[in-house]
Design a protein around this ligand. Structure first.
Ligand code: LIP
Length: 277
């Protein structure tokens, strides 16, 4: 298990914010039945958790920059280090009382992700990784799955919601193509936990487009430290800036990238033909 001072700081902050989210999750069940629904309440829960993380992380590491889903970028005096934080990844699950959501804290030094922690307070699963120190789930060391064949693989993905309908056609063609080759596909609803599940060998691969830096920052360290590969959806290393991600073990990562490329080519071919007519 990881015991560095940095990880301890992250664990303490995540556990305190986690207690707040867990209390709020208890309230959600009562609010589900109200006409207005729990949406406003969830956005307050999100803000409360981010405030706790900001307070605790800034107190322990004064000067570090802080990028949070809710509050955006807060520059620090230490230009080398930045926390990249999602106080509630899997908001839709949380809103519906589904206990698949997480706090995600990544630490970046000079542009490189060096530590990541992802915590689901609903089931107490705490995923941690630090560069060169391995990836852990509570006290257990993590390793990506060894499966090499797509036909045996369980792949997770993200589905663009209604307010990102411009991504639907592309997603549908990718999903159709992945379904033709992979053993099975899941949509679990938290990008951070999807990456943890790949790091833990529960799932074999994951891809998504249109996600944010804070959704993937901590997960990138987890995947790499568990022996996996992570890139953007084109196989390049700028996933943080272009908001697409694809990961898995060496074999599944490569095959998944092939499938995404083929799906894209298949979708463009009729469009190109139509343009020539
Ligand atoms: C969400 C996720 C979800 C993904 C969405 C979104 P939020 O994060 O983790 O799995 O599909 O694109 O980014 O909004 O709950 O923090």
């Amino acid at each position: 298990m990881l015991y560095s001072a940095t990880i301890n700081v992250m664990v303490k902050a995540a556990r305190r914010a986690g207690r707040s989210l867990k209390r709020d999750l208890g309230e959600i069940e009562h609010l589900q039945v109200s006409l207005k629904g729990p949406a406003n309440f969830v956005s307050l829960a999100d803000k409360r958790a981010e405030e706790i993380l900001l307070q605790d992380l800034s107190k322990a590491r004064p000067g570090y920059g802080f990028i949070g889903e809710e509050g955006g970028m807060r520059e620090g005096t230490d230009k080398s280090h930045t926390w990249i934080v999602d106080p509630l990844d899997g908001t839709t699950n949380f809103l519906h009382g589904i206990p698949q959501f997480a706090i995600s804290i990544g630490l970046q030094r000079e542009g490189t992700m060096i530590a990541g922690l992802i915590y689901n307070p609903a089931n107490e699963e705490l995923y941690m990784a630090e560069r060169g120190q391995g990836a852990w789930l509570n006290n257990t060391r993590l390793r990506v799955a060894a499966r090499r064949e797509l036909a045996d693989a369980l792949i997770t993905c993200g589905i663009p919601p209604l307010n990102r309908a411009d991504g639907h056609a592309r997603f549908q063609s990718e999903l159709a193509h992945v379904m033709r080759h992979a053993g099975n596909v899941r949509r679990l609803g938290s990008a951070a936990l999807d990456m943890c599940f790949v790091a833990a060998g529960r799932c074999d691969g994951y891809w998504e487009r249109g996600i944010q830096t804070w959704d993937m920052a901590a997960g990138i360290v987890l995947i790499r430290e568990a022996g996996g590969f992570v890139s953007d959806a084109e196989g390049r290393s700028d996933m943080m800036s272009n908001g697409t991600v694809c990961c898995g073990n060496e074999y599944i990562h490569r095959r998944l990238l092939d499938l995404l490329r083929e799906a894209d080519a298949g979708r463009r071919a009729p469009l190109a033909r139509a343009a020539q007519l």
